[in-house]
Design a binder for this molecule. Structure first.
Ligand code: ADP
Length: 721
């Protein structure tokens, strides 16, 4: 019997294809190969090896890369994820393989060192080189020539004379090995107890998931560091993945890793330069990068021996990737760990309902950390009822809010004003004719950014200068800004406190990640009096001088068709309030609201998370929404309204009949047109016992639409716009 190899290509093909293996080529599952595909040669991965009777006319594998193959668990993870996400496996494989470069050995530089044997003949130029070499570490010829001020001929002469020798140095240096035994901070009794539980879990080996449920400032990072140390000790090549939601902002946490384990961790996110990507991917695939800190896409890295996955801020909605390959990184991290037999730590001050339900049912180990470290106490949360304290027209800060700000500033402390809306005003309309400024090819209102003088679509990024005349009636200077964004709140704060240093903090800041890091630094050092920020200001920062958090509109986000709206509002408000009073100064949070009786807000004030969750849970259970039932969305888009209507009706007709499945729609989503494409959505609810992925996959197979119609399946959707 001969052997044939099934090769999976990183392409949207339905399955792996069989190839003959040439004489003398020794292949294993996971190996990277090149094989003919149609008229070209394509890179692929050995997915299976089977015996073959030699009767089929098979094409032959052309080449095997001399690089470590994907681990068996990575191969299994691709198959699992493809099935779960209702995607061809090649699309998931494409996400795993990034650039051919990583399969080649690292490119090298030719560098020089002293041999210790002086040259028989010394010249002033040679002496300069030998002097310069004392201070240089593995320099290239160009570096030596520059440093010593000599020509390259002198260096060659010294090599010929035996005084210098050259060797190759990889351009992509390996990551230094972390030291799990370095001591961390002295843990509080509470922290030590939690750390022991996590360490026991890691030591036990095999898949287990813990929910580290600790209030803001309880020192969760220090606790999961202990679990990481244990995982590193558990196997010489054991690997740890730490997912963080805003990796670009996390310079300070990287430093904490380096301090704790004495070595720089590998970092992965979409903004990495190609050289660094190549290095990180290769080092992980070879099993040499031990600690990997990454954004959501790092669940698709080719781990060789994953022992622990940590998902910090596990509730964070940005773990959901909604373009291209659609996935929830937290859920995939848990699945990946299960395949690898690794432990998982999900950490959050405001865990998702999904994870809390798993913790309650005993599926996850619940590890609570109910108190802040040291003397710090949780902030006091109060509401300001806007029905009694309405700010004057065109203003958004109520009298009690301004009074609290005044007190705080007088005490030399900092204020954070939170409003989850970028720009100056969310709506621009004409005073004369009532025309609203909308995006040209998207059904959204344009948001005014006064700082840049632009009107911006926050969904697609479209922008245009704010016109002087109304495009509808031609009236001059009639366009007026309605409602507040952070820029407008900053303007109002400046009117109240002209001497205060006020800065804006939102994700569209110019200057990117570096500007954000500098701003966070200024805030940490107390150089800013009032920070006006969106969501981005609510995440994970430690601002020791911040004692007042003012939430401008606590009701924002409670409306809308999203089943997680209440939960998300609650989480955001706890997180933002949690920025206050981190060091020894007690903090407080004031929430401006029209609806102080709302479950989420009342629970916040009472500090009674369980009461809120009980209500949330009951309503989800009644409606059979996640985690009690499962959801999927099927989005259909086309170039005209007529076509999308027809296509959506046709897609709906293809839905297989099945028990335990409810389908709603097709309906027009909140944004009926995006980038000139008309949209319709079907929502699918399945009972927990139904294999939703298998159902969707059967559905997908029956959908026959022309390429101009896009049909996207999203398992566990998080966005309902
Ligand atoms: P969380 O993620 O729970 O909000 P962190 O792990 O970021 O908390 O810790 C908050 C702050 O408390 C950090 O500055 C951290 O260095 C400090 N910290 C945590 N644990 C201890 C400890 N045992 N002793 C001293 N400082 C600690």
């Amino acid at each position: 019997m001969k052997v044939c190899a099934s090769i999976l290509f990183p392409l949207p093909l339905p399955e792996a294809f069989d190839y003959a293996v040439p004489e003398g080529m020794d292949l294993s599952i996971g190996d990277h190969v090149v094989a003919p595909l149609g008229k070209r040669e394509a890179r692929g991965v050995v997915w299976d090896l089977k015996s073959d009777d030699g009767k089929r006319a098979l094409k032959t594998v052309s080449q095997r890369y001399d690089a470590a193959g994907l681990s068996h668990t990575t191969v299994r993870f691709v198959d699992w994820a493809a099935r779960y996400l209702v995607q061809p496996p090649g699309i998931v494989l494409r996400t795993i393989l990034r650039g051919e470069d990583s399969l080649m050995p690292s490119p090298t530089d030719t560098v020089y060192r002293l041999t210790g044997r002086p040259p028989a003949r010394m010249t002033p130029a040679r002496e300069k080189v030998l002097d310069a070499m004392q201070a240089l570490e593995a320099p290239t010829a160009a570096e030596i020539a520059r440093e010593a001020g000599v020509s390259s001929g002198v260096i060659k002469g010294l090599v010929d004379a035996g005084a210098l020798e050259s060797f190759d140095l990889p351009k992509d240096p390996p990551f230094p090995d972390p030291d799990p035994d370095r001591p961390g901070l002295d843990l509080s009794e509470l922290q030590a107890g939690a750390a022991d539980t996590l360490k026991r879990l890691v030591r036990a080996g095999g898949f287990q998931c813990a929910l580290l449920d600790g209030v803001t400032g309880s020192g969760k990072t220090e606790v999961y560091f202990e679990a990481i140390g244990e995982a590193l000790k558990s196997a010489a090549n054991g690997q740890v993945l730490v997912l963080l939601p805003e990796i670009a902002l996390t310079q300070s946490i990287l430093k904490r890793f380096t301090d704790r384990f004495g070595a720089e961790p590998a970092v992965w996110h979409s903004g990495l330069p190609p050289k660094e990507r190549r290095r990180v991917w290769r080092e992980i695939n070879e099993g040499r990068a031990r600690i990997v800190i990454g954004a959501r896409s790092s669940v698709f890295l080719p781990f060789r021996n994953l022992r622990l996955a940590v998902v910090d801020e596990e509730h964070d909605p940005t773990y959901k990737q909604s373009d291209g390959l659609i996935y929830q990184a937290r859920d995939l991290a848990v699945a990946r760990a299960k395949i690898d037999g690794a432990a998982v730590v999900l950490a959050s001050a405001t865990p998702s309902l999904e994870s809390l339900v798993n913790a309650r049912s005993g599926r996850y180990v619940h590890v609570p950390l109910p108190a802040r470290v040291g003397t710090a106490v949780l902030p006091q949360i109060e509401t300001i009822d806007l029905r009694q304290h309405a700010p004057p027209a065109g203003r958004w800060l109520s009298d009690p809010m301004v009074a609290a700000m005044k007190e705080t500033l007088a005490a030399g402390e900092q204020v954070l004003l939170f409003l989850n809306r970028r720009g100056y005003a969310p709506l621009v309309l004409c005073r004369d004719c009532g025309h609203r400024m909308t995006a040209p090819d998207t059904q959204t209102m344009l948001v005014e950014h006064r700082f840049t003088g632009m009107l911006v679509c926050h969904l697609t990024g479209f922008s245009m200068p704010k016109p002087d005349v109304c495009p509808n009636c031609g009236a001059r200077d009639s366009l007026t800004s309605v409602g507040p964004g952070v820029e407008r709140i900053a303007e109002e704060a400046a009117a109240h406190f002209p001497d205060a240093t006020i800065e804006l903090f939102s994700s569209d800041m110019t200057g990117g990640a570096e500007a954000i890091r500098q701003l966070v630094g200024r805030m940490e050092r107390g150089e800013i009096d009032i920070l006006v920020g969106t969501q981005i200001a609510a995440k994970g920062h430690n601002f020791p001088h911040l004692t007042l958090v003012g939430v401008v509109d606590a009701d924002l986000g409670l409306a809308g068709g999203d089943p997680r709206a209440g939960e998300r509002t609650y989480q955001t408000l706890v997180q933002v309030a949690g920025r206050a009073g981190r060091a020894d100064r007690p903090g407080r949070a004031l929430l401006q609201t029209h609806d102080p009786e709302h479950d989420a807000i009342a629970a916040l004030v009472a500090g009674d998370r369980d009461a809120f969750l009980d209500v949330e849970r009951a309503s989800r259970e009644m409606l059979q929404l996640p985690p009690y039932g499962r959801l999927a969305s099927v989005m259909i888009s086309a170039q005209s309204e007529d076509r999308v209507e027809k296509a959506a009706a046709e897609v709906a007709r293809c839905a297989p009949m099945a028990d335990g499945i409810t389908i709603w729609g097709p309906a027009e989503p909140r944004y009926g047109v995006i980038r000139g494409r008309w949209r319709r959505r079907l929502l699918v609810r399945a009972e927990r016992s139904v294999d939703l992925s298998a159902y969707l996959s059967a559905w997908r197979a029956r959908v026959k639409q022309p390429p101009s119609v896009r049909v996207t399946f999203d398992v566990e959707p998080y966005s309902f716009v």
